[in-house]
Design a protein around this ligand. Structure first.
Ligand code: FCB
Length: 452
């Protein structure tokens, strides 16, 4: 028992967070390139212009992945690097970069997993309305087609979108992320519908133009829930809560069901649909068919969860966290149970093989006097979380785990102030140093989690 023999141990990154070379080799601009340049948007005025300079250092980085024993690497393609205007003209230099990245991974025996969209919306498309424009569905499809044509001879695994919850919620409701807009609710529901349709269109294009049988998934996030006790009523309360939606309308994107039910079950969650109907665009049967284009695997980014019990009134309620509850450097709660109950509830509802496409934490990592980076908190966090994941692996079809992140990187609005990596990056010199957790993770991989 434990993890399946072919369980995939990997790590994840995204293009803007690591690549740098923001103005090189014909790359177009995307919404983050523009957003970071305005004062007040990013902590300490940081930008991703240079980031980890992975664009130039990717060969060295792949050597480090190999040394860590990674079996797989999840990265994203910067749409504007290969299609500078979002559609039309192809930038061959951008294609060459990803092509070489893929070849080098394969030479090192590391399986590439591509995310099509990790928030890098080409600025030229944003100017044409971006996600507000229904044409985004076809634009995203065209981009997916190009990716399939150029890379799917060597890459078998694809995820369409990373965390629509975030790029709609933070990008268009709170305005904390690019493009920094506080849109009316009505617009955000319309966008979300286009986002889901774009996902479906990308699945169709990947299948149609794929050069082998592709394995296609989706990588949303959402708050997980776990029961306070294993009593059936608490389990039921957690199950109801994980698929319910926020009570606050302007917080509506933070949920699982709105973003996953249409894709996996072919319809929006009924109760919520009724509740939000006043904001919704026209939705047709053909739309729903497109959105529910069959996928093969289900990815979920899981960082934490809420503890739930059945209240005396027969309604699920959240158990308040005690004073001094453990938190990571970025102030996210440490709740290992979410890696057991999350996959369990998701599998029950969606019945698809599951990958944890992201999980991890930021710590206040520093280089010590002995020149090493000691991160006992990360090891402790991982030991707890992966132990729970192992329990899940014994009950559900769990295929893989991608740690967020391979290396410290540009953490969006927090700039470089949060360190999520297994590898420490000195941004002054671009030196990489394995943190203690990287060695620890290497052992986990070697033993396929036997000791967890
Ligand atoms: C997720 C994002 C990823 C990174 C981690 C910490 O929401 O997908 O890019 O920012 O959080």
């Amino acid at each position: 028992m434990g993890f399946a023999k072919d369980f995939v141990w990997g790590a994840a990154t995204s293009s803007y967070q690591i690549e740098g070379a923001a103005q090189e080799d014909g790359k177009g601009q995307h919404v983050w390139d523009v957003f970071v340049k305005e004062p007040g948007h990013i902590a300490e005025g940081h930008t991703g212009d240079r980031a980890c300079d992975h664009y130039h250092l990717f060969r060295e980085d792949i050597k480090l992945m190999k040394e860590m024993g990674l079996m797989a690497y999840r990265f994203s393609i910067d749409w504007s690097r290969i299609l500078p205007e979002g559609v039309g003209r192809v930038n061959e230099k951008g294609i060459a970069f990803y092509s070489e990245l893929i070849d080098t991974l394969l030479q090192h025996g590391i399986e590439p997993y591509i995310t099509l969209y990790h928030w890098e919306l080409p600025y030229a498309l944003h100017q044409r309305g971006g996600w507000m424009n229904p044409q985004m569905v076809e634009w995203f499809g065209e981009y997916a087609k190009l990716v399939a044509e150029r890379f799917s001879d060597r890459v078998k695994y694809f995820f369409t979108l990373n965390e629509p919850q975030c790029f709609v919620g933070l990008g268009f409701l709170t305005g904390e992320h690019a493009p920094g807009i506080k849109a009316p609710l009505k617009d955000t529901f319309a966008m979300a519908h286009h986002v889901l349709k774009a996902h479906g269109r990308a699945v169709q294009m990947l299948r149609q133009y794929g050069k082998q049988d592709l394995v296609i998934g989706y990588a949303p996030t959402g708050s997980m829930c776990y029961p306070e006790t294993e009593r059936e009523e608490d389990v039921e309360a957690a199950r109801q809560m994980i698929f319910s939606m926020s009570q606050e309308d302007r917080n509506w994107t933070w949920n699982v069901a709105w973003w996953s039910d249409p894709i996996l079950l072919g319809h929006y969650p009924e109760k919520e649909f009724a509740c939000y109907e006043k904001y919704l665009p026209k939705i047709t049967d053909d739309d729903m068919k497109l959105i529910a284009e069959p996928i093969d695997i289900y990815g979920q980014n899981i960082y934490n969860g809420r503890c739930i019990r059945m209240g005396k009134d027969g309604k699920p309620e959240e158990v308040p966290r005690y004073v001094g509850f453990p938190r990571t450097a970025i102030n996210w709660p440490v709740t290992p149970e979410c890696l057991y109950w999350g996959p369990k509830f998701l599998y029950e509802r969606y019945k698809k093989p599951i990958y944890i496409t992201e999980n991890g934490l930021s710590c206040h990592d520093v280089v010590s006097l002995d020149k090493k980076v000691h991160d006992p908190n990360r090891i402790d966090f991982l030991a707890r979380y992966l132990h729970e994941l192992k329990r899940a692996a014994e009950e559900v079809d769990l295929r893989g785990y991608f740690h967020w992140s391979l290396m410290d990187n540009f953490e969006w609005a927090k700039g470089y102030t949060e360190r999520f990596g297994l590898i420490y990056v000195d941004y002054r010199t671009q030196e990489r140093i394995f943190k203690d957790s990287a060695y620890w993770y290497r052992d986990v991989i070697r033993k396929n989690g036997e000791d967890l």
